[in-house]
Design a protein around this ligand. Structure first.
Ligand code: ADP
Length: 719
């Protein structure tokens, strides 16, 4: 044991020197110099102790004495700088008393009576008394701090410091002939390390983690050594070593895992109580969330779970609204929180949450950093959540479908980084529930619509037949009454016929929509089809209020689609445009080859799903037919529902035109896109994949097109 001590303290001296100098590499503020001084003093102290042990020289003992007296001086000033004190009086007084008493003690330590028991006793009393006082002051200051992080850090420093001091004091026993292992030196190094880390990290969470693991492994090592010792005791000494080793190995193998779990749980429970509570609370919460499908149930489960953890005073969960304009409060506990957060106002915070899973607003306010200003400004309207930690709830294709705010108003720095990581797992569990619940409600809605659809189709069939009979009867009545003078009867019959026709149109459209639309697809020359359709439309409305222009790109590959169906889509788009412009304006129908492989940007964030969809094969060639009008454009709310069946803004509309058009185009493997700016008109674009046999083959009706193709083709033809 006596051999061990000089070696250990020499080793610790080198370590202390390294830690001290490394602090200077991290910074050169007063606190770093003080720390370096303290560490170097400890290093020299241990160094001179080893030298005194080794050379047995008087000089080294005196040097050790001087260094011993200097220790508390460094400690007091260092503790003051590590935890800045608002009221410095007690600590400053202590430093002054220490300095005054230190001078005679120093004189004693270098005097020729330095090795007398009296001097040694005085020096040790002075040093350890002062160190203990400094630690008590530190502990008291720490306790009074409003910041949980500072309190934790100080508590931790005090415990390790007190252990190092007590064991160093125990070293004194060696003068009385009692030799204890040189634990003090090891503890002093641990203390220095903790202190050095706390200079760079405002929070000690990482260190907690490290110390936690150190404690667990030490406890495990002790347990296993104990088991081995038992074997040696019970079965026999080192002569039966091999037998013992094998048996112990088997026992270790069986016991290791449960033992590790048990030791880990106990140590965390004992040393890191709050963290342990949160950990178990979060694990329990995640387990319960795994069985939740409904959003309301999820919100209640999350908030109850957070409340039960006792680490949260205010929490709020907000979910993005359907329009994507903001987040609505889904539930909260604690202080009153805003009912809604607008995406526009909160966008610096949301942008940051795209890159980070969470933001500690309090930490951001304290430490600043890149882009902190706008984030804090956007958080300024959050009221009780201003100092919260905000977590992003991610969606499948949305970086933020919800926001989880968690705050503990009782303390500053309420959550350590590890606790924040733990809570991030809650946010991810919420993301899963949100995605699942949306999928679930979509499935439910799809089933409901499917049932409703087939019911409605059956109903429409039932309605169509009697409708035919009513129409026939009404027409008969009209003919019979044609000669009569009874005007009101004629008027009533007229109304019946008009309404029956309207009903017939609606039911017909609905059946059209409900039936599959494949028709008879052929490779169609779209330019020719466009010309014919526009001709028909113009002949039907000769008043000339609307100027229809064609810009047909030639040559144009054919697209495979049923000609009648294509005409139906085009008529619908042109008629919609005419109606939107109130019969006055300009419509331009354009055809062109779509650039293959180009990415299609959805026209509007909230546009109907179909227009957002990617094309079936982005690399294949496409043909585009667009109908552009100079009408009033489409408002955002209408745009979102454009392709929804029965959605109409017209009194006489069926709301099925675009839904049918979309389903026809989709059946042909294409999409319909819409670009609209309120006040600046609307463009609907039909995008179709080209038929395999590429360019349009000449047909008698395509005479013009054929002739044009034989000439050098202009980039676009205007009719
Ligand atoms: P309907 O024409 O019977 O209302 P549609 O499905 O064809 O049904 O159209 C749905 C709605 O879309 C219309 O009521 C109208 O509000 C809007 N809409 C369609 N095309 C245009 C357009 N070119 N300009 C402005 N609004 C349009």
């Amino acid at each position: 044991m006596q051999d061990l001590r000089p070696k250990t303290i020499l080793f610790c001296a080198v370590l202390a020197l390294a830690i001290g100098l490394s602090a200077l590499l991290r910074g050169r503020r007063a606190v770093h110099w003080l720390f370096a001084g303290f560490a170097v003093d400890i290093a020299l102290w241990y160094g001179s102790q080893s030298a005194a042990d080794f050379f047995r020289a008087d000089l080294w003992e005196r040097v050790t004495g001087v260094l011993t007296v200097l220790l508390p001086q460094f400690a007091i000033h260092l503790f003051q700088s590590v935890v800045p004190l608002e009221v410095r009086s007690t600590q400053t007084r202590l430093a002054r008393v220490g300095a005054i008493v230190g001078v005679p003690v120093l004189a004693m330590a270098v005097s020729r009576y330095h090795d007398t028991s009296f001097v040694l006793g005085t020096v040790y009393t002075y040093v350890f008394g002062l160190l203990a006082a400094a630690l008590i002051m530190l502990a008291l200051r720490g306790q009074r701090s409003p910041s949980r992080a500072v309190r934790d850090r100080v508590r931790f420093l005090v415990v390790v410091g007190a252990a190092a001091t007590t064991f160093s004091l125990a070293d004194f026993l060696s003068y009385l002939g009692v030799h204890i292992p040189p634990i003090s030196a090891v503890l002093a190094i641990v203390f220095l390390f903790v202190l050095a880390e706390s200079l760079t990290r405002p929070r000690l969470a990482d260190l907690y983690e490290l110390v936690g693991r150190l404690l667990v492994s030490t406890a495990l090592a002790f347990c296993l050594a104990g088991i081995f010792y038992l074997f040696v005791m019970v079965i026999g000494g080192f002569d039966t070593m091999y037998l013992n080793a094998v048996l112990a190995a088997i026992v270790f193998l069986v016991l290791f895992e449960p033992l590790q779990t048990e030791v880990e749980t106990r140590i965390h429970q004992f040393f890191f109580r709050e963290r342990y509570d949160l950990e178990t609370g979060v694990a329990d919460l995640r387990k319960r969330l795994a069985h939740v499908l409904e959003l309301d149930e999820m919100v209640t489960t999350v908030l109850q779970g957070l409340e039960r953890s006792r680490r949260v005073t205010t929490a709020a969960l907000l979910l993005r609204d359907q329009d994507g304009d903001g987040f609505d409060l889904a539930g909260s506990i604690g202080a009153a929180v805003p009912k809604r957060i607008e995406s526009l106002g909160a966008h610096p915070m949301l942008d940051r949450l795209e890159k980070h899973a969470s933001i500690s607003l309090e930490e951001l306010a304290r430490e600043g950093g890149e882009g902190a200003g706008p984030v804090l400004a956007s958080a300024a309207t959050l009221g009780a959540l201003q100092s919260a930690v905000v977590f992003a709830v991610r969606g499948d294709d949305d970086p933020c479908v919800g926001l989880l705010f968690v705050a503990d108003d009782r303390v500053r720095d309420a959550f350590t980084p590890e606790e924040i990581s733990l809570l991030e797992t809650v946010a991810s569990a919420i993301s899963v529930v949100v995605a699942n619940s949306r999928l679930y409600s979509r499935m439910k809605e799809r089933d409901r619509l499917a049932a409703l659809g087939s019911m409605a189709a059956g109903l429409a069939h039932e309605v169509k037949n009697p409708l035919g009979a009513i129409k026939g009867a009404a027409q008969l009545l009209e003919e019979v009454g044609a000669g009569s003078a009874d005007d009101s009867s004629r008027e009533f019959v007229g109304i019946i016929l008009e309404e029956v026709n309207r009903l017939d149109r609606v039911v017909g459209s609905f059946l059209d929509y409900a039936r599959p639309h494949a028709g008879n697809p052929i490779p169609l020359d779209l330019n020719a089809a466009v010309r014919r359709t526009v001709q028909i439309l113009q002949s039907q409305s000769p008043d000339g209020g609307v100027d229809v222009q064609l810009e047909l790109g030639e040559p144009l590959p054919r697209a495979r689609i049923d000609p009648e169906k294509f005409r139906q889509v085009l008529i619908n788009l042109v008629q919609n445009a005419i109606q939107a412009m109130d019969g006055h304006g300009k419509i331009t129908v354009t055809t062109q080859v779509g650039r293959s492989g180009r990415a299609r940007v959805p026209p509007h964030d909230g546009a109907a799903p179909a227009s957002r969809r990617a094309l079936p094969d982005e690399t294949e060639q496409q043909v585009e037919v667009s109908v552009r009008d100079t009408g009033p454009g489409i408002a955002d709310k209408v745009l979102r529902n454009l392709f929804v069946p029965f959605f109409t803004t017209k009194t006489e509309g069926t709301g099925l035109g675009l839904a049918i058009s979309q389903s026809i185009v989709q059946n042909a493997g294409g999409t319909i896109e819409v670009h609209s700016l309120p006040g600046a008109g609307t463009t609907f674009t039909i995008v179709l994949p080209t038929a395999d046999d590429a360019l349009a083959a000449p047909t008698p009706t395509d005479a013009v097109a054929v002739r044009r193709r034989s000439e050098p083709p202009p980039p676009s033809a205007r009719t």
